[in-house]
Design a protein around this ligand. Sequence first.
Ligand code: BT5
Length: 262
Amino acid sequence: MSDDAVPRPALDPEHFVSLPRPLRVEVVDETTSTNALVVARAKAGEPEGLVIVTEHQTAGRGRLDRVWEAPRGASLTFSILLRPDVAPASWTWIPLLTGYALQAALADRVPEVTLKWPNDVMVGEHKLAGILVERVETDLGPAAVIGIGLNVNQTRDELPTEIATSLRIELEETFDRNPLLAQVLGSFRALLPLLDQPEVLRAAYTDVCATVGRTVDVHLPGGETVRGEVLDLDQYGALVLSTGDGTFTAHAGDVVHVRAAE
Ligand code: BT5
C-alpha cells in the first residue's frame, strides 16, 4: 500500500552499468530539461546512446511549448540520444517506437496500459507518461533526442492535472526508480531494430493503441478541428481518419491535440 514513510531511493548510476550497448546513463541532480542537456551534448559531438536522467527539472518541456511538471525525486525524467541510421521516412516512427517500448516495459505491472497516438502512455483516460522527440542538426548528421517523463511515485496532490496518473496511484505501491529505468531502457534497446521494420512496428503499435477504432477530434494549428473515426496508421505512423466525406491523414507534427469526440 502507498505510505509516505516508504523511502524513495535516489537515482543511482550503479544500476545502469550493465545496460546493453550503446546505452550509458548519466545521473544529474537537477537541470532545466534533460532534452535541452542532451541536445547540447548532441551538438557537441556526443555519440549515440547517451541517456541523461535527473532528479529534478526546473523547465521540463512538453510538445508545442507546453510544460512537463514533476516534483523532485518522484518520477523518471530522462532523455536518450540516437543518431538513427534509417530512411528519413522512418524518423516519424521514433516517438511511436518509444511509446511502444514503454508500454511493453510496463504491461506486466499495469495490464491496462495503452498508447494514445502520438505520444502518450495511458491507463484508461489518464496519462502515465509523455514523450517528446526533438530532431537536432549536428556536425555528425541529424540526431534524435527522445525525452520521456514517466510518473512513478507521485501522489494525486503531486500531479499537475486531473488527467494525469502515476504508477503509485494505479498500483498503490511505491517503486524504486532504478530497476524501473533499467527495464524501460532495456525494452527500448531491444525494440530499436523495429525502426528498420515499419510494417512490424505498425502492427505491434496498432495492437496496443487505444486511438485506433475511436472517433476523435483532431485539433490542428490555426484552430481547425477534423472529426473522424480512426481507421489505421499509415506507413509513416500518421493517423488515417474516416471523416464521412473521405479520409484525412493527420501527421503527428501537425497535430495540437487528439481528443475523444464528445
Ligand atoms: C508530452 O508533451 O507529453 C511530452 C512530455 C515529455 C517530458 C520529458 S521529461 C524528460 C524530457 N525533458 C523534457 O524537458 N521533456 C522530456 P505534451 O503532449 O505536450 O503534454 C504536455 C501536457 O501534459 C501539459 O500541458 C500538461 O497538461 C500535461 N502534463 C504536464 N506534466 C504532466 C505530468 N507529470 N503527467 C501528466 N501530464 C502532465
